[in-house]
Design a protein around this ligand. Sequence first.
Ligand code: ATP
Length: 322
Amino acid sequence: MIEVSDLHRWFGAVHAVRGAGFSIPAGQAVGLLGPNGAGKTTTLRMLTGILRPQRGSIRIADVDALTHAVQARRHFGYLPESAPSYPEMAVRSFLRYRAGVQGVAARRRKNRVQAVLAECQLTDVARRRIGQLSKGYRQRVALASALLHDPKVLILDEPTNGLDPTQIREARSLIGDLAQNRTVLVSSHILPEIERTCQRVIIIGAGRVLADGTPDELCRSADTGGCIAEIKGHLAAIEFAIKQALPGCSLETAPLEEGWWRCAIRPAPQSEPEATNPQELIGIALASAKCPIRLLRPETTGLEEVFVRVLDEAARNPGGEA
Ligand code: ATP
């Protein structure tokens, strides 16, 4: 549904987007996650025809968005980072006006306005002036406006920016509902935002796609094969047993109560995969050292850790290929 390849955009000397590329099939909800200044807005503005890339290609619903921008626009709705507001207009009048501007056929306008009012849960405030609404409701009006022409693709730039926690929760739930029957690309620098609304995450940093996959895939790919253990005994004996079992491993220890230690054990990155599970080796070594173990489990990597690691890696290798 969305195909982006080798996208580049410079602002003077700033290379804001450097070869970004991704492909989003119909019906998928995808989060574009990156820190401030990563190039999210620039990427979305190129997708929506507001900015022209200096290199690359964009196809939306099989339409070349660079050569057939008007045709491509029929297929997507766009909620920009700061949507213009018309404070003096009533919600329904504003949506009728926008339906005309967006080229919705006159005979369909009334129905489409009714439909987006219902879909964005705005029916009760349809007669209220936009300027009298809370920010959360004003954001819903902007979202309703993006849906008037019934697009199959929804592109949202930081949709919860500036909302309070309750409004954020409501906005997330609404986006989740809208994603049920649409392809959604939503940008954010807030990880839980993306984790809760999207099936797939594209991590972008310094204008490059740094990682792309479902949260599970990203977490698995970042898995160190390490484990966490809680062990009782003399620290020197514990360290000796673990180093014997897994030569070259890294070991972090922290004291707990009554002689127990919390140990984070990660096998050496270059070592050959062990024929025996590292946890078994640790268990055997600590049993021989007569050190009781009350917990031994694989170290799981959360999406937040993946995000931090991927960005750290990119910062260490700024010229690296995407
Ligand atoms: P944020 O989360 O803060 O909105 P972002 O990931 O959306 O950030 P962009 O707004 O795309 O990032 O900006 C990417 C880079 O391009 C930044 O270095 C920014 O300063 C620069 N940039 C963006 N727009 C312009 C512009 N119109 N003129 C000059 N530089 C720009």
